[in-house]
Ligand binder design. Sequence first.
Ligand SMILES: *Cc1c(COP(=O)(O)O)cnc(C)c1O
Length: 363
Amino acid sequence: MAYFVSQLTGERFSADDAVWCDPQGGLLDLITEQPFLHERIVTDDFSMWRYRHAIPIDDDEAIISFGEGMTPLIEVEFAGTAILVKLEYLFPTGSYKDRGASVLISQARRLGINRVIEDSSGNAGSAIAAYCARAGMDCDIYAPASTSPSKITQIEKFGATCHQVPGSRDATAEVAKQSANNCFYASHVWNPYFLQGTKTFAFEVCEQLGWTAPDCIIIPTGNGTLLLGAYIGFGELVDAGVIQCIPPLIAVQSAGCAPLYNAWLRDATGPVLDETQSTMAEGIAIADPARGSEILAAVRATDGEFVAVSENEIRTAHQQCAAQGLFVEPTSATAIAGWQKLEHNYGMPVIPLTGSGLKSGLR
Ligand SMILES: *Cc1c(COP(=O)(O)O)cnc(C)c1O
């Protein structure tokens, strides 16, 4: 049986409780006791649910899935250097957030929930809204008023109510948390079940590399939902003896909003809040990431690093991707830009291309 543990007090809570934080408002971790077992992979399921045994949903009947996952891992070249990119924009709603939404909404259904709320800069909101539509659940999404109109349209077309909140992404999170008091908060940031979905990214990469670890992973990072999922997933593969150690995780932030990069520079253990500027990388413009300390610890534990990239660097990388037929969001291009700036040679990286360019409304 899986259970929650408070990061603040160490107190345990049943995973059957519809909680998203401890009574003091502290973050929860989910402890699962379902080790990754190579021989239990459902090899004729070509979705992330092939790793069903390692995903802590007790009841098969509760699973809400569009057959998502197993995204292609392909080799591409930038300026003559080959890297591997994983096409995480090829999900039903156009971003890797579907990994987390599939698991989180499955758990909500298992708990008999019929209404959820979520806040997001757009992609997590559309993912949660789509899975709620498939589950027949009511859904309220809070998004910054500045969110790309195509993401808002997508959320509303899925039948969710979209509340547009003036101000920053963090202001949106505050409003949503207030409203979450009396209903299920399907937060991709707070609810640990989301990371149980994003961890399948690590399983897929490893399987696609013939059960070896990549040299490093480079991830656009705001709230760290893919980075922390990867950390958990690779950690489970280490525990299972499939790989020796978790590959270096390299987190890329936009220079316009870089609380974790700033913390890295100053050797701090939590986000360093500085003035922020607006950025094309709207998916990672998080001034005060709730799991910031965890992200810093994960990157340090894997001998990775933080990189910050400018608007010009993002624009260039975005264009370089498009010129090769990879139409991604500017947020996703940050990882390519970050890789091009690395001074240390980690070897051949795997870079997730996290979101579809069709949603960003960019010209
Ligand atoms: C959510 C998202 C990310 C990563 O964001 P986190 O805040 O670190 O979870 C990266 N790219 C895109 C397109 C996203 O939607």
